[in-house]
Design a protein. Structure first.
Lengths: 68, 382, 268
C-alpha cells in the first residue's frame, strides 16, 4: 500500500484549546502553537500523515486530509 | 359478573392491581414488610413475558425501573422505610426528568431499622419532602384491599397522565392483613396508556416542550427520536441549561403541574360528613378504626363523620377545608406524631379545633384507643 | 459516516479543560462505533455524574445522564427492557468505583450485554481535585494535602473477580489500541469493561507535578506495557494494558428468556 500523501491539515480554531498535545507528541514536530495559543501547521512538508495528532486531539480540532 | 374473588394480603392486592394496570417491568430488593410484592411479581411477571429483576439494593431498583420506563414500559418497585430512604435521590431524578414510575412503600416503624414487622405511618412527610429541592409529588394510600387495588391502578394512571413518580404509601397492617378482594373484570377500571409523540421520524421532537394542556408526549428510548435526559436543569430539548428563565420555568412547571391540580388528583371517601360536628380525618389502616368509631357513635346519635384520605400528596387542602367548614372539632387519626395533622391545620379555617388521635408504640390504633382520646378532647375525662 | 456525524456539534467545543483526556476517549469511542458501522438509533449511552459523565451530552445517540454512581443501574433497566439495544456506559473512576462500586460488581456478576468504560484519571475533577479510590497511595489531592494513605483499586482485577467476561485496559497515549479495544468490547456478548487511563492535567497533573497534558500522556507510554511483556517481568511496577479476559458465558437477557420459558411452560 502506497504511503498516504498529505493534502492539508484542517484546523478548527474555534475548538482548539491550545493544550499542546498534538504539538508535543507529533513524531515529526510539524505543529506549533501560535501567539493565540492555537495550533498551526509550521512544517507541513515533514508530515508523515500518521494522524496521531487527529486521534489524540481531545477537541476534534485537527483533521489530516490525505490525497486519494 | 364473572368477577374472581380472592382472599389475599394487601400486598397481593397491590400486585393484582399492578398487573391489571399493565405493569411489565419490576425491579426490587427484599425488605419487610413489602417483600411479598417482589416475591409474587417474580412469579407472575415471567408468565406474561414481563421483566422481573432483583437488584443489588433499593437505589439500583428505582434506577432500573426509571431506565425501563424510558423505553416505554409500565414500571414499579416496592420497598419499606429504610429502602425508601435509599431511593430518595433517584426519586428526585424521576421528578426532574418526568419519567412515570410507581413506588410502593409499605410502611413500618422507624426511624432507621425501627420495627420492621410492626405498623407505622411515619413516612408521610418523607414521601412529600424526602428528596431535595422544590418539587411536587403524588402519594396515594388505602385502608382496605379493594381500595388498595383501585389506588394501585390509579397510581399507574396518574404516573402516565402527569409523567411523574407516584408513591403508594401503604402500611404494614394493610400490606399483611388478609381480606376479600373482588378482581375487577378487564376494562372495568379505565387505564391510562402512555401518551406518545406523534412527531414523525426526521422531524424535530422536543422531549420537554409541554403541549397546550401541559402534558408532555414521550418517545420511547431506542425509538426513532434520539434525545437527552438529564437530572440537571434542562431546556425543552433536554439539554442542561443555567438560563434563569429556563430554571424558573422548569421548577414552576414541575410544581404547578401537580399542585394546581390537587383537586383533580384528590381521591377520598367520606362517611356521615353531612351534619358532622366531629370530623375525623384518617387514611390507611388507621381509617378502619376511625370508621368503626364513627359507625358506632352514629348509632348512639352522635354527629360524627369520617373523611378518609386516599390522596395524601398533593394535599387536597381545598377539599379538606370544605369538609371541615362546619366541624366543631377535627380529629386526625394516624399512626405517627401528626404528620397529616400539620397539613390539616394549614388547610382549615380554625386550626385550633384540630386534634390528634394517634398511637406510635408500634401497635395498631384501635377503636377504643380513639374513643379514649375523644373523651379527653370532649372534656369527658379519661 | 464521519466521526463528526456521531457528535452533537452544536455543543462543541466541549466543556472539558484544555488537554483533558476525556475528549480523547470520546474520540476513540466514536471512532470505534464508526468502524463498527452501528446506527445511531440502536445505541443508548448512559452516564452518571462527574466530568466524564458529560460525554453523553456530546454524542448523537439516545443519551441518559443520570445520578452519581448509578449509571449501570439505569442501564440495567434499559437493557433488560430492550435487549436489542447497544448499551454503552462511560463512567469516571469515582463514579464507577466509589459511589458506584456496588453497581459495578453486580453488573459484572450478571453479565448483562453492555460496555462499561472507566475513564480513569485518578481524581474527582468536577468538584476540584479530590482523591478517588483509584488515586492510590502517596498522591496529592485537595482532600489529601499530606498525600493519600488509601490504597487504590485495580479496576482490571476487580472486574475479573466480579465476573466480567471482557476486561481490558488502554490509555490515551495508545489511541489506536484504545479504539480497537472499545470496538472489541462493544462486539463482545456480555459485560465488558474497558479501563482507559486518562489525564486530568488541571488537577491530578498540577497537584502531583507531573506536568502538562502531553507529559501525562507520555507517562502512560513510559509506565505501561503490553500484557505479559518482557518489560513487565523486569519491572513489576509497569501497568499492563491489553485484553485480560475475553470469555463466552451465559448472557443475562438470554438467560431471562429461559426463565420466561419455564414460567410459561404448560400455559397458553
Amino acid at each position: 500500500m502506497a504511503k498516504p500523501k498529505l493534502k492539508r491539515h484542517h484546523i478548527n480554531r474555534d475548538w482548539c484549546k491550545g493544550c499542546g498535545i498534538c504539538v508535543e507528541l507529533c513524531p515529526k514536530k510539524v505543529l506549533e502553537l501560535d501567539e493565540q495559543e492555537k495550533v498551526t501547521v509550521a512544517r507541513p512538508q515533514d508530515c508523515i500523515c500518521c494522524r496521531l495528532c487527529e486521534l489524540r486531539c481531545p477537541d476534534f480540532a485537527i483533521e489530516v486530509e490525505t490525497q486519494e | 359478573m364473572g368477577n374472581t374473588i380472592k382472599f389475599v394480603q394487601g400486598n397481593e392486592a397491590c400486585v393484582e392491581a399492578a398487573l391489571y394496570a399493565g405493569l411489565d417491568f419490576f425491579a426490587g430488593y427484599p425488605i419487610t414488610p413489602s417483600t411479598e410484592i417482589a416475591e409474587l411479581l417474580a412469579y407472575r411477571l415471567p408468565q406474561i413475558g414481563g421483566k422481573f429483576i432483583q437488584m443489588e439494593d433499593e437505589i439500583a431498583s428505582l434506577c432500573a425501573i426509571i431506565g425501563a420506563s424510558l423505553t416505554g414500559r409500565k414500571v414499579m418497585t416496592a420497598t419499606s422505610g429504610p429502602g425508601f430512604s435509599l431511593m430518595q435521590e433517584a426519586l428526585g431524578y424521576a421528578v426532574m426528568t418526568e419519567i412515570p414510575c410507581v413506588i410502593a412503600n409499605v410502611q413500618r416503624g422507624g426511624p432507621s431499622t425501627g420495627i420492621p414487622t410492626h405498623v407505622s405511618q411515619g413516612d408521610i412527610n418523607q414521601a412529600r419532602w424526602g428528596t431535595h429541592g422544590d418539587h411536587a409529588i403524588i402519594a396515594l394510600t388505602a385502608s382496605n384491599h379493594q381500595d388498595v387495588f383501585a389506588m394501585t391502578v390509579e397510581a399507574f394512571n396518574l404516573a402516565e397522565t402527569y409523567r411523574t413518580p407516584v408513591i403508594l404509601l401503604f402500611d404494614e397492617v394493610v400490606g399483611h392483613m388478609r381480606e376479600k378482594l373482588v378482581l375487577p373484570a378487564a376494562g372495568e377500571i379505565p387505564l391510562v396508556d402512555r401518551l406518545r409523540t406523534s412527531v414523525k421520524e426526521g422531524v424535530d421532537y422536543h422531549p420537554y416542550l409541554p403541549r397546550e394542556d401541559g402534558r408532555l408526549p414521550m418517545s420511547d428510548f431506542g425509538g426513532v427520536h434520539r434525545y437527552n435526559v438529564t437530572g440537571l436543569v434542562h431546556d425543552m430539548w433536554g439539554f442542561p441549561s443555567t438560563d434563569p428563565q429556563t430554571v424558573h420555568g422548569l421548577l414552576r412547571h414541575l410544581v404547578d403541574k401537580l399542585e394546581n391540580r390537587a383537586n383533580e388528583i384528590a381521591r377520598y371517601r367520606e362517611y356521615h360528613l353531612e351534619d358532622a360536628e366531629i370530623v375525623m380525618i384518617s387514611y390507611g389502616s388507621s381509617a378502619r378504626s376511625a370508621l368503626h368509631v364513627v359507625e358506632n357513635r352514629r348509632q348512639r346519635g352522635e354527629r360524627m363523620g369520617l373523611l378518609e384520605l386516599q390522596t395524601l400528596w398533593p394535599f387536597p387542602s381545598e377539599m379538606v377545608r370544605q369538609k371541615c367548614a362546619h366541624a366543631k372539632s377535627v380529629v386526625v387519626v394516624e399512626m405517627n406524631m401528626g404528620q397529616i395533622m400539620q397539613s390539616v391545620k394549614l388547610a382549615v379555617a380554625h386550626p385550633e379545633r384540630v386534634f390528634l388521635a394517634n398511637r406510635i408504640d408500634s401497635n395498631f390504633i384501635t377503636p377504643s384507643d380513639i374513643m379514649n382520646i375523644l373523651r379527653i378532647i370532649q372534656g369527658k375525662g379519661v | 459516516m464521519a466521526v463528526k456525524d456521531y457528535l452533537r456539534e452544536r455543543f462543541l467545543p466541549h466543556m472539558w479543560c484544555p488537554g483533558c483526556g476525556h475528549g480523547e476517549v470520546l474520540g476513540g469511542l466514536v471512532r470505534a462505533i464508526e468502524n463498527l458501522g452501528l446506527s445511531k438509533n440502536e445505541i443508548v449511552m448512559v452516564s452518571g455524574i462527574g466530568c466524564s459523565s458529560r460525554i453523553s451530552g456530546y454524542v448523537d445517540f439516545h443519551t441518559l445522564h443520570t445520578i452519581h454512581g448509578r449509571a449501570l443501574a439505569f442501564a440495567t433497566g434499559v437493557k433488560i427492557s430492550r435487549p436489542e439495544l447497544k448499551l454503552i456506559v462511560p463512567m469516571g473512576d469515582g463514579d464507577a468505583l466509589a459511589i458506584g462500586g456496588n453497581h459495578f460488581i453486580h453488573a459484572a456478576r450478571r453479565n448483562l450485554d453492555m460496555t462499561a468504560i472507566v475513564m480513569n484519571n485518578r481524581i474527582y475533577g468536577m468538584t476540584g481535585g479530590q482523591f478517588s479510590p483509584l488515586s492510590g497511595e502517596n498522591i496529592s489531592a485537595t482532600t489529601a494535602p499530606y498525600r493519600t494513605i488509601d490504597r487504590g483499586f485495580d479496576v482490571v482485577e476487580l472486574a475479573k473477580a466480579a465476573g466480567a467476561t471482557f476486561v481490558a485496559r488502554s490509555t490515551t497515549y495508545h489511541v489506536q489500541q484504545m479504539t480497537e479495544t472499545i470496538q472489541k468490547a462493544i462486539t463482545h456478548k456480555g459485560f465488558s469493561v474497558v479501563e482507559v487511563l486518562t489525564q486530568c492535567p488541571t488537577y491530578f497533573g498540577r497537584k502531583n507535578k507531573i506536568g502538562g497534558a502531553a507529559d501525562m500522556i507520555t507517562w502512560f507510554k513510559d509506565n505501561t506495557t503490553p500484557i505479559g511483556s518482557k518489560a513487565k517481568q523486569e519491572n513489576a511496577a509497569l501497568i499492563e494494558r491489553g485484553i485480560f479476559v475475553q470469555i463466552a458465558a451465559p448472557e443475562y437477557c438470554e438467560e431471562y428468556q429461559k426463565v420466561v420459558e419455564r414460567a410459561t411452560k404448560g400455559r397458553k
